[in-house]
Design a protein around this ligand. Structure first.
Ligand SMILES: CC(C)(COP(=O)(O)OP(=O)(O)OC[C@H]1O[C@@H](n2cnc3c(N)ncnc32)[C@H](O)[C@@H]1OP(=O)(O)O)[C@@H](O)C(=O)NCCC(=O)NCCS
Length: 187
């Protein structure tokens, strides 16, 4: 396991740990009902964003199973979203990716680009064997990101939980390290 040097640069984006200065940016999407529609919890108050930011800023690299790394994603110096890598299991080398972007920056491929960087971190730096992603089945923009990343739909759970007042459905996607490397070699 090797902690990467920050910032991480992709073709168009810069990824780095959150700092206390990111409150306004984080709140700009965490406070929006349209952004949290398919996520657990409702729009956050400024105080709730402060708590959420402190948690994000406290993890700059997953040191142990269960740690949740959230990186701020910048485009031209402006924080436009976040990309997440969670270490699910050390024994089984499993992880999970996630992403949330401000709606002003949807539709440009930024979530896919940032999530690809998180897959690379998981496989190359954390030594994972398999990385999953999950979403509300009605969150089509989210599962389309997973498909653009080359992840495979492994499950569609129907009515697996009662979510925001109705029976919910969840999709699970995954990609293995060798599948990711084959795709990287083909690029
Ligand atoms: C999920 C979420 C990040 C997806 O955002 P998105 O903008 O659709 O995803 P991307 O940034 O990868 O952009 C992809 C879109 O940009 C287009 N695009 C434009 N230029 C592109 C490029 N250079 N590369 C790739 N895609 C590009 C794609 O065609 C695609 O549009 P389409 O879906 O109409 O075909 C966004 O909807 C979001 O933040 N939702 C709220 C939080 C959330 O639900 N998160 C997921 C929790 S599981």
């Amino acid at each position: 396991m090797t902690k990467p040097d920050y910032p991480i640069r992709t073709a168009r984006l810069t990824l780095r740990p959150f700092t206390p200065d990111d409150h306004a940016a984080l709140h700009s999407w965490q406070s929006r009902p349209d952004v949290v529609r398919h996520l657990y919890g409702g729009p956050r108050s400024p105080e709730e964003t402060t708590e959420s930011l402190a948690l994000k800023a406290s993890v700059t690299w997953p040191e142990k199973e269960g740690d949740h790394l959230a990186l701020a994603v910048e485009k031209d110096g402006v924080v436009i979203g976040e990309a997440v890598l969670k270490w699910l299991s050390e024994e089984h080398r499993q992880g999970e990716v996630g992403y949330i972007f401000h709606p002003d920056h949807h539709g440009n491929g930024y979530a896919t680009e940032a999530a690809a960087a998180m897959l690379d971190l998981g496989f190359t730096h954390l030594g994972l064997h398999r990385i999953v992603a999950s979403c509300d089945a009605f969150n089509e923009p989210s599962w389309r990101v997973m498909e653009r990343l080359g992840m495979r739909r492994e499950a569609h759970f129907r009515h697996n939980e009662f979510f925001k007042g109705a029976w919910g459905e969840a999709l699970i996607y995954a990609i293995l390290e060798d599948e990711w490397r084959r795709m990287a070699d083909a690029r």
